[in-house]
Each structure stands twice: as C-alpha cells, then as structure tokens.
Design a protein around this ligand. Structure first.
Ligand SMILES: NC(=O)c1ccc[n+]([C@@H]2O[C@H](COP(=O)([O-])OP(=O)(O)OC[C@H]3O[C@@H](n4cnc5c(N)ncnc54)[C@H](OP(=O)(O)O)[C@@H]3O)[C@@H](O)[C@H]2O)c1
Length: 323
C-alpha cells in the first residue's frame, strides 16, 4: 500500500476550479498540506483555504492512503457497493465482472462516482482474464467473486462441490498469487478475502458453499503469516445474510437435483421452511458490510477480520446451538 499523497478536488470561492492538494499524514496522524497544484486555473489564497477545509472534511481517516484496488465480482451486490464507496473516497478501482455483457452497465453506474476506475471482464476461472492484472498497478486485491451450491453431503455429486472450490478457493488463490509479485516488489499491499459467517458457523444443506468459505479462513490465516515479511496484510470479511439474491439462488440449487424419493424426502418441507425463515431475516441493503470492507482497505492497522451485521455475529452461534 502506498501512503499519500491523496488528491482532493474542491470548489473554491472564486468558482469551480480544478486543483489538487497533496497531503501527507504527519507522525501523529495529523494532516499536513504539502503541495498545492492548480490544474486549470491560478487559485487564490481563498481557494487554498477551501481545499484545506475540504481535506479536513473528506474522509479524514482515509487521508494519507490512496490505493489502487482490484475487486472481483462487481456486477452487483456487495462488490458493487464496495466499488462505489471506494471511488467516492478517492481511491482508484479496477472494478471487474464475470461476463463481458456486464461491462457497459457497470461502467455507466460507476461514472457517477468519479473517473478513477477501469471496468473490465475478469472471469476468475479464466487464465487469459487473470493475466490482465499484469498490466494493472494494484495495492489491494479484494477477492469478492463467488458462486455457491447446496444440498446434503450424503447425496451431492462431489463434482458440484469441486466447481464451487474452483471459483471460490483455487481461482482466488491463483489471482492472489498473480498480484503478489508486484506487491512484494512495492514492499506492501493488502489481500482481502470475502469469507462468510457460514464458513465459521456451518449450516446444514449449505456445506457445498460453506466448505469453500471455511477453507478461505485457512488460506487467509496461512497467508497472513507467510506474507508478513513482505509487508502484505491479509484480511477476511465475514458477512452474515444480505439480501443480494446470492443465498436464494444457491439454496435453491439443491432442489434441481435432489430426488423426491431420496434420503431426505421426509424432511424437505422442514428444510424449505427453515431456509425461507433464514432468507427473510437477511439484511436488506449491503451498506453495513461494504463499510467494513472500506475499513479493511483504509485502516492503518487493519484487523484480521471484519464482520457485519454485528447482531448476527453475536447471536448466530446461540441460535444455531439452541434454536
Ligand atoms: N449475500 C450474502 O448473504 C453473503 C453472505 C456471506 C458472504 N457473501 C459473499 O459476498 C460476496 C459477494 O456476494 P453477493 O452477496 O454480493 O452476491 P453476488 O452479487 O451474486 O456476488 C457474487 C459475484 O461473483 C461473480 N462471479 C461468479 N463467478 C465468477 C467468476 N468465475 N469470475 C468472476 N466473477 C464471478 C458474480 O457475477 P455474475 O452474477 O455475473 O455471475 C457476482 O457478481 C461473495 O463472495 C459471497 O460469497 C455473501
């Protein structure tokens, strides 16, 4: 991660000029103005003061850290929310999507949050797409892309589990390995893995997905120690249930193949009903988890793990144990 300078645009008293202020943090974390650059006009002293005031107001905890961030799986949901927030806070974002057909739509959404972005197709399972990162300058990688599946482990075709591992674990690891050399050369960086509370607190019939998220915990934990000598921080984000459509889609997958006369024929109604209850409790918008991802990117000393919603983190183990 590169520290400062951060560039802030502000409107001066004399009109809408386009100027830049380079800012660094001093040793006490206080803002000190280093440089003032007028890009299109000669700023007055008033203009300089306006910019300094803006620097105090705009994201004080972010001042001093401007990062180039690669996010996978940004078509919607948590990835899109995170991309928008990071852009708003002045970072540069490589916002990537699974399919070419999503590129234009994402580009038009991000345009309203600034210009510091590149939108590209990056299917994490495609070697040609993964090779694109060689041309990008990346301080932070957010491994957000994922697929899911569900069904009883006693009956599911292991190939289905393999496919989820291929996207969620092996592809995330390959992409991580691909960006690490440039982070090591720069002397630092951050790798963020989008885990899940499901990876920490297993839930019946969702193991084909949850297993991959549990494995990411192991991946992150090992990498954290292995990458410490290179100044690279490894962080996991553990969302609870968010209404992005992800869980509904993946919990439904088992009904495509489960035999109505199979092992669980007498339990299917109960399983469906408990899943419906679970999905109803999902948080309706992604802001609480997206804010945690922003903290993971910007915190000077990031925690190993960020979770949301907090109430779910506290109560879910009890619900699972006694519910
Ligand atoms: N929503 C929740 O309750 C919840 C809870 C815990 C953890 N999470 C995690 O949060 C992350 C984001 O999920 P979300 O809820 O925001 O759902 P989402 O919008 O469906 O996000 C998943 C993204 O991954 C993309 N993707 C799938 N396969 C890919 C591939 N091979 N290459 C590149 N991108 C690929 C999807 O693209 P397409 O849709 O275009 O295929 C989609 O944009 C995931 O890691 C998920 O496991 C979500």
């Amino acid at each position: 991660m590169k520290r400062g300078p951060v560039v802030i645009r502000a409107r001066g008293d004399e009109g809408n000029f386009n100027s830049a202020l380079s800012i660094r943090l001093d040793r006490n974390g206080k803002i000190e103005a280093q440089n003032f650059i007028a890009l299109h006009s000669t700023p007055s002293a008033v203009g300089q003061i306006s910019l300094l005031q803006a620097a105090e107001i705009v994201a004080p905890e972010a001042i001093g850290i401007i990062a180039r961030i690669l996010i996978t799986g940004c078509r919607g949901g948590i990835g899109l929310d995170v991309a928008c927030r990071l852009l708003k806070r002045g970072h540069s974002v490589y916002a990537t999507v699974h399919r070419e057909t999503s590129v234009d739509e994402l580009r038009s959404v991000l345009t309203s949050f600034g210009e510091n972005f590149v939108v590209d197709k990056l299917d994490v399972t495609e070697a040609n797409d993964v090779n694109k990162v060689d041309d990008w300058d990346i301080d932070v990688l957010i491994n957000n892309a994922a697929i899911g599946d569900s069904g009883p482990l006693a009956e599911i075709d292991p190939q289905r589990i393999s496919a989820v591992f291929e996207t969620n674990v092996f592809s995330a690891l390959r992409l991580t390995q691909k960006v690490l050399p440039q982070m090591i050369a720069k002397g630092g960086g951050r790798i963020v893995f989008m885990g899940s509370m499901a990876g920490l607190i297993p839930m019946p019939f969702y193991a084909p997905y949850a297993m991959t998220k549990s494995t990411l915990e192991c991946v992150a934990s090992s990498l954290r120690t292995e990458l410490k000598p290179f100044g690279i921080k490894v962080i996991t984000i553990n969302p609870g249930g968010y209404n992005t459509g992800f869980n509904q889609k993946n919990l439904a997958k088992k009904y495509e193949w489960m035999d109505v006369n199979g092992l669980y024929k007498d339990h299917m109604r109960y399983v469906r009903e408990s899943e419906e209850r679970l999905v109803k409790r999902e948080v309706q918008d992604t802001q609480s988890i997206a804010k945690q991802v922003v903290k993971a990117v910007e915190a000077r000393r990031p925690k190993r793990r960020y979770v949301a919603p907090k109430w779910e983190w506290i109560f879910l183990p009890l619900v699972r144990r006694f519910g």
